[in-house]
Write a protein that binds this ligand. Structure first.
Ligand SMILES: [Zn+2]
Length: 305
């Protein structure tokens, strides 16, 4: 239901709808005021005047604009703190997740390396068996040499023995090489296991930290939300809706910003001097003509502290 109480918030440029306060040096609405009107998303927000008599019935209509601005700014500070808590709390589980992933990766690596050592150990045993087999063959050939019928048979057995001796040398060399790799691999595994242990300790610490922070911030958050609710008592529904909408659309969650160095604290566009004067008057809620954020001066900021 469109009620006559619904009027737009004033922009930092005087609009046709906003009643201009009588201020010396207050410039009349310029031609680009129309253009600026269009760039503002929040058009259908209540224009609040000091008395707001037309809102009769509503207790909040008796609250001065100055008080509403202070409440809005306080609300913004509290909500920003809640945002910060939620961001911090949002990042910690990710850190825990990263550690868990790293640990899983290390465990797989260690498992694979253990498999590799088993293969190496098996190879070493094979080479040692080869040596034993060769030695047995040499023994057999030497026995046969005792019973040869001619030199040719004897020489042939000698060649076989030489060949087996070479086989033994080769197998021993291979066994030694495998043993060396095995030792290196075992050392590597030991290092990874140490690293794994460290990471598991880190994870334990991070998990406890996360639990503590969740417990801590939940308390802090609920206190802040309570303060947020208290501030909302001074602000009428329509203004709160506008506040929420601006906040949701703003990347940094800021709906109420301070004038900083003659510029909007949200989008950093310059605010003309006459509009800064309007803002300092605390007679109406004024939004930035560029980004639509509600603007307050340092007077409001100081009142909050
Ligand atoms: Zn702005």
């Amino acid at each position: 239901m469109a009620k006559p109480t619904s009027k737009p918030i004033a922009t930092s440029k005087p609009s046709k709808l906003a009643k201009k306060p009588v201020v010396k040096g207050d410039a009349p609405a310029s031609a680009d005021a129309v253009k600026s009107e269009e760039s503002i998303e929040e058009k259908a927000v209540v224009k609040v005047t000091t008395k707001a008599k037309h809102e009769g019935g509503d207790d909040k209509s008796e609250i001065t604009i100055e008080k509403k601005l202070v409440a809005l700014y306080s609300l913004q500070q509290v909500d920003s703190q809640v945002d910060k808590i939620r961001i911090i709390r949002g990042e910690l589980p990710l850190e825990v997740q990263d550690l868990e992933d790293e640990i899983a990766g290390l465990e797989t690596r260690v498992d694979n390396q253990i498999q590799e050592t088993l293969v190496m150990e098996k190879s070493i045993i094979e080479k040692r068996t080869s040596v034993k087999d060769a030695l047995a063959l040499i023994k057999k050939y030497e026995d046969q040499q005792m019973n040869v019928r001619n030199n040719r048979e004897y020489d042939s057995l000698t060649k076989e023995i030489e060949y087996q001796n070479l086989e033994i040398q080769l197998s021993e060399k291979r066994a030694k090489e495998f043993q060396l790799s095995l030792d290196l691999k075992k050392e590597e595994i030991e290092n990874y296991q140490k690293l794994l242990q460290d990471r598991e300790n880190d994870l334990e610490i991070k998990r406890n930290e996360l639990e503590d922070i969740i417990a801590e911030t939940e308390k802090e958050e609920s206190d802040l939300l309570k303060t947020s609710e208290e501030n909302k008592q001074f602000i009428e529904e329509r203004l709160l809706t506008a506040y929420s909408r601006i906040r949701k659309n703003a990347r940094n969650g800021l709906a109420v910003v301070q004038i900083e160095r003659d510029a909007c604290g949200g989008c950093f566009n310059k605010i003309p001097p006459q509009h800064q004067l309007d803002i300092r008057m605390h007679k109406k809620i004024i939004v930035c003509e560029y980004c639509g954020r509600i603007l307050v001066d340092d007077g409001i900021v100081n009142e909050m502290h």
